[in-house]
Design a protein. Structure first.
Length: 92
């Protein structure tokens, strides 16, 4: 159950086969793929790391670490970051 090891295997399989049953493992793999675009998407919205962290409710270091891949971001933090980003994008 290492989502980072499954990221492309399951996501690519879902792309080929269509919508797959949503499991925790598949959701975690999708979030790992999506977190790679966090910095670009945040910058497109014109929001700083500090402001984004405040809106999401995490430490700015968590945003920095997730964007730079310096250490493994906790699953729940990654989820919060992506949910916050999606909400900002929907509002924009």
């Amino acid at each position: 159950s290492r989502p980072e090891a499954m990221r492309w295997k399951h996501v690519k399989l879902a792309w080929v086969l269509g919508v797959a049953e949503e499991s925790e493992e598949l959701q975690a793999a999708r979030e790992l793929v999506e977190i790679d675009s966090l910095r670009d998407r945040r910058q497109q919205l014109g929001i700083t790391q500090r402001d984004f962290a405040a809106l999401v409710g995490v430490n700015p270091a968590a945003v920095r670490d997730a964007e730079h891949g310096r250490r493994h971001t906790q699953k729940r933090i990654r989820h919060w970051l992506l949910m916050g980003l999606r909400k900002l994008e929907a509002a924009a």
